[in-house]
Write a protein of this length. Sequence first.
Length: 503
Amino acid sequence: MQLSAALPSMLTGFILCSLRATALQDLRHPPNRIAVVGAGIGGTSAAYFLRQKFGHHVQIDIFEKGEIGGRLSVIEMEGNHYEAGGSVIHPLNLHMKSFVKELGLKTRLPNGDLVGIYNGDEFVFQESEWYLINVIKMIWNYGLNFLRMHMWVEDILDKFMRIYRYQTFDYSFSNTESLLHAIGGDDFITKVNVTIDEAMQKSGFSQRFIDEIVVPAMRVNYGQGAKVNGFVGAVSLAGTDSGLWAVEGGNKLVCTGLLYASKAQLVQGTVTSVQEKVRPTKSGNKVRLYEVNYETDKGPTLDMYDIVIIATPLTKELGNIKFLGFDPPIETVSKPYHQTVATFVHGRINTSFFGCPKPCQFSVSEILTTDGPNLFINSIGPVYPVKPGTKHEISKASDIKVWKVFSPEPLTDEQLRRLFESYHAVIVKDWLAYPEYSPPEKLPPVILHHDIYYVNSIEWAASAMEMSAISAKNVALLSYHRWYGKEGQIDQENLAERLKSEL
Ligand SMILES: Cc1cc2nc3c(=O)[nH]c(=O)nc-3n(C[C@H](O)[C@H](O)[C@H](O)COP(=O)(O)OP(=O)(O)OC[C@H]3O[C@@H](n4cnc5c(N)ncnc54)[C@H](O)[C@@H]3O)c2cc1C
Ligand SMILES: *[C@@H]1O[C@H](CO)[C@@H](O)[C@H](O)[C@H]1NC(C)=O
Ligand SMILES: *[C@@H]1O[C@H](CO)[C@@H](O)[C@H](O)[C@H]1NC(C)=O
């Protein structure tokens, strides 16, 4: 009895000893517990990828102080739900696409409302229902700039798509710069360090085109103008492509779905601090653990983790997590996030406001704006419930319906009364939405400490759902390879060339 019990352990002991020389890394014990802070798309997709990498034994706890989904959220107005935060997804966002497929969710396509661009005095551009008229207008006003923009964005997108191959082949990057460099070379690094204005001027786009077409796209997507960096600018311009989609029932269903699929445990609470603890083990070695302190309804408490993933912006207003007792100290980036207010209004637009007194007919309804001096809004456009419904007709600006207004500050009553001829319901969602971009700037680190990782570093290159998901997968791979000492899967050069021959 005793012998037979001892035998297997002697055997394993023997096997372990003989293996140690050849494959030490494979014998490192798996982590017991991983903490993920934040249950937005970054945190929930991190939990999902961590589960894939580390297997089903590790305990994954995901902390959330607010609602699952974070900046993916819906508001309710008169019984219907509308996307209030991140709303559209590009057709080539492959992680988002595969989540939706894996989770059995359905997609929803936008309505195809016509776009007008208003400069404070008049419309500088109005899209028509007729394709040919659009082409003629574009060429008449901007020469070949539209076509060139399409090619410029496509070239960037082409390179961007490399990240999916690298990740499929298990490669990871220890900082955001090397991730960008691996997919787009020096060109991508430079794009992050210049403004979209500089980047496009250098590529020969006309200033008029930049002011009247590019800037409005930045304002509607990032609440900021020509001063955002060239990379986030390109991401924003990709948002003018066709085929954009959203998730039926609300984009945040991806987060609840990933949370469930990851079998992570949700802890409703606010993480206040993380502290390093070095503990002796039974065998006399030392082990590094992180003490995560957090507050729940029941008061302050703490737990110990092997790996900590931070999946929230680390600003005072958003993340506000203290890293205690680290030497050297962990510098958290406290640069501000940009305020964007989304105001939902059920009513009728005052068309005179847009230089078109009654009786006025203009066919556009998705109104973007240039960097005009008198404008207190970034954009206004019709929104549709997240639930599938009847097919909506193309809206006109003069229709009574639900509008979403983006502005840099909350709208005053006086501004609402000027913007709307009449209205009967208003809901305001005030966001710290995305970084306040001001290139050139240093991107925050991804590795904050030996086993602490920062998913939201990538937002300083560009903030979008897919960017968070890409970074989450990178962090899952990176933490895994670092845990098991697989240096060959980290920061490899020339992956594009090398993977060509691997297929
Ligand atoms: C108005 C608006 C429009 C946008 N439009 C688009 C779009 O059309 N397409 C697109 O792709 N992207 C869009 N974005 C950007 C996109 O929404 C974000 O990039 C993305 O949702 C970020 O996800 P995340 O998980 O990284 O961060 P978040 O969603 O911010 O998640 C972080 C989570 O961490 C929680 N948290 C923070 N601190 C703590 C703590 N100390 N303890 C516990 N929990 C904590 C927060 O409550 C939050 O839930 C938009 C954003 C906004 C605001
Ligand atoms: C509509 O807008 C015009 C121009 O800004 C303004 O003069 C007028 O007062 C507004 N109409 C209403 C009903 O407020
Ligand atoms: C970008 O600019 C910042 C600030 O000037 C600098 O620290 C950083 O090294 C630059 N990055 C690159 C890759 O040029």
